[in-house]
Design a protein around this ligand. Sequence first.
Ligand code: GTP
Ligand code: MG
Length: 193
Amino acid sequence: MLIKSAEFTISSARVEQCPAGNLPEFAFIGRSNVGKSSLINMLTGRAGLAKTSSTPGKTVLINHFLVKTSPLPGYGYARRGMKQRDELQRMITNYIMRREQMMNLFLLIDSRHEPQRIDMEFIEWLGENGIPFSIVFTKADKLSKSKLAANVRHYLNELSEQWEELPPHFITSSETRQGKEELLDYIDSIMQE
Ligand code: GTP
Ligand code: MG
């Protein structure tokens, strides 16, 4: 799949404010600093499209880009206040449950880390609600090949304790562009359905 153009459309605090129309939409969600913005830039081939930062918790809005992707803010950022965290939670839940044009949600997981409870609970919730999703392991360049393979295997093993059939997964690096073609092909195949 070739991306001909990619542009920022709008930031929304609530699903009601998200762009109207029925273009197919793909959402990117994951813990703060997991690499959502970097992945969107890598996939679209536009370096500055989504703002990246080494300071966690930059994204607190639903950002729409006109290419067929839609990132969501990092959840579970510990230093956010309780009230703000609840609001973020509600925004994410509302978006996922109500956004009919959302074709698939990509849950980003830092490939360096052990499975985290907040991600596992989120995956369980996605399953219970029948939300179509896939897992994207990020920052693959930060690990050796063998450690990366071991971490991914470990993660999928944990998941298979809950799931009979595992969701699709991708291994990516925004640095080396690993996984770019696979992800774009996957998005393309969903749109062909
Ligand atoms: P928030 O919007 O704050 O939730 O963060 P985010 O999920 O959008 O993460 P972002 O893309 O801003 O990346 C966070 C940091 O990780 C930045 O310093 C990126 O340069 C770095 N990073 C992201 N992806 C990769 C990757 O694949 N490899 C390496 N080495 N660094 C990465
Ligand atoms: Mg971001």
